[in-house]
Each structure stands twice: as C-alpha cells, then as structure tokens.
Ligand binder design. Structure first.
Ligand code: HEM
Length: 512
C-alpha cells in the first residue's frame, strides 16, 4: 500500500528546493532587516529604553490591560499614567512579544514624530474604529491622500471663514434663555455641549440641529444618533476584541441615520452649487449662512467624501469645544480672584459684543484658556501614531533616558498631554495649581501641544478658540457673579475620548 502512495522522487526534490528556497529568502530578509536596524541604531547612537513596563503575561499584556481597566473604572486612568511617568521617567516602553508601544511626554520626541520625521509615522492603523464613518476623511488618511484632503479643508478654516461672530451670537442668545437668573444650581457644561452642537451643525451643514431651541423630531433623533455613534466609536477603540459582545443597543440604526443624514446634507449642498452655477456665481452666499459643505461642493463632487468629512468634523469639533468651555468654567467657579480679573478685562468692552480682533488680543482671556487646557486638556491622551518604518526618537534610551531610542516598524507612539502639562521641570513646583498669570512669560513650545502639532495640527483650532472666547465674554457680560456648587475635587470623566469633570460643572450664576 505504502508503495502505491509514495511520491515521485522529482516531486520530493521540487518540494525540497521550494522549502529551502523559501527558508533562505525569509532568512535573508530577516538578516537584511537586522542589518539595517543595527545600522540605524549605530548611526543614531541608540541605547535600550530606560523605562520598560514589563508584563507578567508577555503576549497581549493582559496584566497591564486589567490594571488599566481597573484604573479607568475608578476614574483614575490619567493618574495611573501620571504615576508611571513618575516611576519610569518622561518616556517608557510597554513591551509585548509581538510588538511594543512607546508612551511619552517628552517635547523633543513629540516634535520629532509630529514634525521632523512626520513621514515615518501613520495615523490610519490606529483609527480603524472610525473607518465605517469617515473612511475618506482627512482625519483618517495618511501620505498623499492626507495632503490632498487637508489641502481641500484648509481654505474652509481661513480667517474670513471663522470670523462669522453672528453664528456664535445667535446661539448665545438661545443659550442665555436656558440659564437660571436666580442663582439656582445647574450644570453649565451640559449647555455648552448643546451650544457647540448647534454651532457645529450650522457651520457644517448650513442648518443647526437646534438643541437649544425647539428641534423637530428628526433633529432630536439625529442629535441622539450622533451622540450614540460617538460613544460607539470610543467603545470600538477601547474594547477592541470584546467590542462585538459589548455593543450598545441601537448602534447600527444610529450609524445608518448619521451617514444617511450627512449624505443628504452633502447632496443638498451639491444641488445648490449646481443652481448657483446656473445663476450668478456665489448667489447662495447672500441668502444663506456660510456652510462648510457648500464650500466643499465648489471643490469636489464626491458625495461620500463630503459626507465623511462632515461627519469627521462633527466628531472632531463638537465635544472638544464644549470640553474646553467646561474646563474653563469649572476653574472660574473655583477661583474668584481669576474671575474678577477676567471680568475687568471683559469690562473694557463696556457691554458691547466683542469683535474678532478684540478676542484675539484679549490677553488674560487667553492665559485663562491656556491654563485650563494645561490642567484639564480636552484630549488628554492623543490618538496613537504607528511607525511605518524603522525609525528613531531622540530621547528615552540609556540609563538616564537622554539617548536616542530605536523604534521598530509597527511600534505605536502615544503622547500624554495630561502628564506632559504637569511636568515640574517645565511648569515649576506649582504645576498642579491654576495660575493663568504663568502664561505672561511662559513659552513651552513642543512641551505644550493640546491641539497637536506639525503638519497635522488641529485644523479647527482657531474656529474653536474664537467660539470659546466669544461665548465666555458674552456670558460674563451678562452674569457678574459665579458660585461653585460642587465641592468635590476634579474626578475625570473620559466617557467619550474627551476629558470632562465627572458630574458636570455645577454652578449658580447671578446677573448684575
Ligand atoms: C478645543 C477644541 C479642540 C481641540 C482641543 C482639538 C484637538 C485636536 C488635536 C489634539 C488634534 C491632533 C490629533 C493628532 O495629531 O493625533 C486635532 C486634529 C483635528 N481637529 Fe481638532 N480640536 C478641537 C476642535 C476642532 C474643531 C472645532 C474642528 C473642526 C470643526 C477640528 C477638526 C480637526 C481635524 C479635522 C483634525 C485632523 C487634522 C489632520 O489630521 O490633518 N478640531 N484636533
């Protein structure tokens, strides 16, 4: 029987040659990689990392994941990382057998990855949880595709586009009606979220979702679905392997409504662009408020791309802006001396609404925002970048952590803004305190990057800041006194990916 099934000697020889050839090919590839790695390490004088977080279970770092989950459950995730930076120094490595991740607070490392060696790092591999919503957006792209989309986006955020203060004023008037005038306690951060929602939707779609007014049922549903979709994207990112079993009910329908609604808004903008071309050019600008999608329709007819870009901007801009307002007002409520000083600056306007130039030049207002963003940065941990080739970071290697660090292809780099902003070497011994005055002569450069940095710096930064400054001034012109109604210390809430105080910002406000 055996004889019947024995392979022909030529077949055996062919298989043998194939196997040996493959082995040599793989071995040569591995040897070449090792050589180039050693060469890179030698040229750059790389040393092994100073801080290494070692896992007992070295494959998926199960012990670290459990420890992180427990810290997150106790609302101490940021403190957990902060503690590890105290132990290991400003850069540490988490090693598992398949790959490793670098956590850093070091300005030079951030500058290198975000600017000097920008091309060595990609964002897309770590943003897969957003793919179903914004696959073609700037936020998701790398390389030439990113340059192209960012180029389309840029003109929409230039000065004349973001100085439409009427947009902010109209929604401020609606917000004002919802604030109790008798000093009774309310959560001002919840109103900031609705305000940012309405401003963003009007800016993006040309139509506000009107969450501060009397929205239609369809708008209420869309607002609900956008919130659910944002939470779901955060779940996908955090729970990765377990996500399938831990999905929130109604997610599929919510995602589908968000996508079909943004597609409808995009289609309407394209139709208007066609109408405009038929009539005098740019006619709609006189009759309609400026909309991001209208502007985009002048540059592309790609419906999916427009819908994905608008969705990504809604995600990137809404909670972040509300989060910054929340941090500032959380701190104002606890620092009456800062409130009084800012009030004096605001009073220079003698009650008139501020102009764009005024908010840009209001120094103390800017210091307050910088200081709030320093202590409670809206995005306390930036989304990871992944090395697309072997590369080097300037710091983190050697016994003192001052030597360059070799970074193998596939390594994730995670920048910790929250911990970077508390480094005593940069901010002094009082780094934990709220002192806007420190910004009079503080220039931390790459040590302070709440909006990211380099070519991918937040495209909406000026839009967000104008919105935040304008609303703060207008509220302070109306309400002259603030009282804190929550004596608990700051407890982190990272329910989305945005940092806010647990329990909101409970205050009482009094008009003049
Ligand atoms: C206080 C408010 C905001 C904060 C703190 C903030 C923060 C950030 C940060 C840190 C990044 C860089 C992420 C990285 O490099 O990994 C970023 C990118 C981005 N932000 Fe913002 N953002 C804010 C508001 C906005 C607004 C209002 C918009 C638009 C309406 C916006 C649109 C974007 C976009 C499109 C990107 C991706 C840019 C690119 O990849 O080229 N952001 N933002």
């Amino acid at each position: 029987m055996f004889f019947l099934y024995a392979p022909h000697p030529l077949t055996v020889a062919a298989i043998g040659t194939l196997l040996t050839g493959s082995f040599i090919y793989v071995a040569l590839g591995w040897w070449k990689l090792r050589q180039s790695r050693q060469e890179l390490e030698r040229i750059n004088k790389c040393l092994p990392p100073r801080g290494v977080y070692r896992n007992l279970e070295p494959f998926i770092a199960f012990d670290m994941i459990l420890s992180l989950l427990s810290a997150a459950k106790n609302k101490k995730l940021l403190q957990w990382f902060n503690g590890h930076f105290q132990t290991y120094g400003p850069t540490f490595v988490v090693q598992t057998i398949p790959k490793y991740a670098i956590h850093t607070t070091e300005a030079e490392n951030i500058k290198t990855a975000y600017s000097l060696k920008f091309d060595d790092w990609s964002v897309r591999p770590a943003r897969q949880s957003f793919k179903h919503l914004m696959n073609g957006s700037t936020f998701m792209s790398d390389g030439a595709a990113w340059s192209h989309s960012r180029g389309i986006l840029r003109p929409m955020f230039v000065k004349d586009r973001i100085t439409d203060l009427e947009l902010y004023e109209a929604h401020f008037q609606k917000l004002l009606k919802l604030i109790p005038e008798d000093g009774s306690t309310f959560d001002i951060s919840a109103l900031f979220h609705r305000y940012a929602f309405d401003v963003s939707s009007e800016f993006l779609f040309g139509e506000s979702l009107d969450s501060l007014g009397s929205p239609t049922d369809a708008k209420v549903q869309l607002a609900h679905d956008i919130e659910l979709t944002i939470q779901d994207a955060a779940d996908r990112f955090r729970k990765s392997l377990l996500y399938r079993w831990l999905r929130r009910p109604g997610v599929d329908q919510a995602v589908s409504n968000v996508l079909s609604s943004t597609t409808r808004y995009a289609q309407e903008a394209l139709d208007r662009a066609v109408e405009d071309q038929k009539h005098a050019r740019g006619e709609h600008k006189a009759t309609r408020p400026y909309s991001f999608l209208d502007e985009m329709a002048r540059q592309t007819q790609d419906l999916e791309r427009m819908s994905h870009e608008a969705t990504s901007l809604m995600f990137a801009g809404k909670d972040t802006t509300a989060g910054l307002l929340g941090s500032m007002w959380y701190l104002f409520a606890r620092h009456p001396e800062v409130w009084d000083k800012l009030l004096a600056e605001v009073d220079q306007l003698e009650g008139a609404p501020p102009t764009y130039e005024w908010v840009k030049n209001a120094k103390y207002l800017r210091y307050c925002e910088h200081e709030a963003m320093r202590l409670y940065p809206v995005t306390p941990i930036l989304p990871p970048r992944v090395a697309n080739k072997n590369t080097v970071l300037p710091l983190g290697g050697g016994k003192d952590g001052k030597s360059p660090l070799f970074v193998p292809k596939g390594t994730a780099l995670i920048v910790h803004i929250y911990s970077a902003n508390r480094r005593q070497e940069i901010y002094g011994k009082d780094a934990e305190e709220f002192k806007p005055e420190r910004w009079e002569d503080l220039r931390p450069g790459w040590a302070y990057t709440p909006f990211g940095g380099g070519p991918r710096i937040c495209v909406g930064q000026q839009f967000a800041l104008t919105e935040v400054y304008y609303l703060t001034v207008r509220l302070m012109q109306h309400f002259r006194r603030i009282e804190c109604r929550d004596s608990r210390p700051f407890i982190e809430d990272l329910a989305g990916v945005i940092l806010s105080p647990d329990g909101g910002v409970q205050v009482g406000l009094y008009p003049a």
